[in-house]
Design a protein around this ligand. Sequence first.
Ligand code: ATP
Ligand code: MG
Length: 385
Amino acid sequence: MTVLLPGATLGVMGGGQLGRMFVHAAQRMGYFTAVLDPDPASPAGLVSHYHIRTDYLDEQGLAQLIQRSAAITTEFENVPAPALVTLGAHRPVSPSAESVAIAQDRAQEKAHFQRCGVPVAPHAVIETAEQLAAVGDSLLPGILKTSRLGYDGKGQARVTTREELASAWEALRRVPCVLEKLLPLAAECSVIVARSHDGRLVNLPPQWNLHRDGILAVTQAHADCLPAATARQAIEATRAIAEGLRYVGVLCVEFFLLQDGSLVVNEMAPRPHNSGHYSLDACDVSQFELQVRALAGLPLPQPRQHSPAIMLNLLGDLWLVGGETETTPPWDRVLALAGIHLHLYGKLSARRGRKMGHLTVTASTAEAVRGTALQAAELLGIPAF
Ligand code: ATP
Ligand code: MG
């Protein structure tokens, strides 16, 4: 592949906050950007040189993106695979349509993990009434998850009995699902890697993640956030998963650390991930710069984390305290704390559970970063962790 030097235009499918941070990273390095997203007020569209406002499968929109861009990436997982196939016929596209298609389907994704020798939760694929009836009792209690189009815990139901399982599948309109055994989690973690066309792979240090109501709430990234052996194992598993896909671009793999100390892979995201946002402020190369570099065919340096970091997600709930009218959180008081990096995505209205921004805290020690993060959380009404 030819290297695309700054001055070229990089395209991105999707205009959410991940696209916005990709655009920022690309522009900082002197690239032009083109975003395809139907929403006139999309976070990435608002800051891109070009914003193509069409549906993801619109032929004219895709043709414009091809015409504008020297190479194209994606920022959300559910971008229709056929659109990537169209783009890929004309321009370098990373990650590939094949990798994205596997990540979009929980059943295929789990099969890929198993092929790579990485343990997954005990599970069953449920696409027919026969498969539903054949589910073993050992999978209960479990979580029924739609195979496709889930995010932030949407499209999931916890079930304890066979009756609950059957009615949950009805409620999900009998779409293809995966039933996973409910596992005793001690913690969750994730690893972000970037892999180049020529197979070089670099990683961010593994991060510890706390989810609330199925949505990422807190990420901690510092030397003692995970046992060293777990961190090494998670990196090796992520490497195997990326290499098994001959992946090009940034990939995040999420894991469960079980109470017995074993590691189980949960899912992967074929793009930068919410749990890697701290890298913007705490590493010498962020996950978004890695995405730019991988897409442009530039060298991938191994990132170096220079500060312990904690990231707090800022959900729409913070704007809706004490009712449904929007109030602005006390940013001035939060920004008075040392080592606070505020990122707001420019979304025009707050909704409960909507990711409006994030806050990264950096400091010189893990204790200091935790102290400041807890103070910021208290000022914002985010529960302690
Ligand atoms: P996202 O894509 O935003 O990460 P998602 O909708 O794909 O979310 P999952 O990652 O499958 O959802 O699940 C969300 C959270 O629910 C997990 O991070 C974990 O806290 C919990 N969870 C999911 N599966 C299991 C399981 N088998 N056992 C125990 N807890 C689970
Ligand atoms: Mg998840």
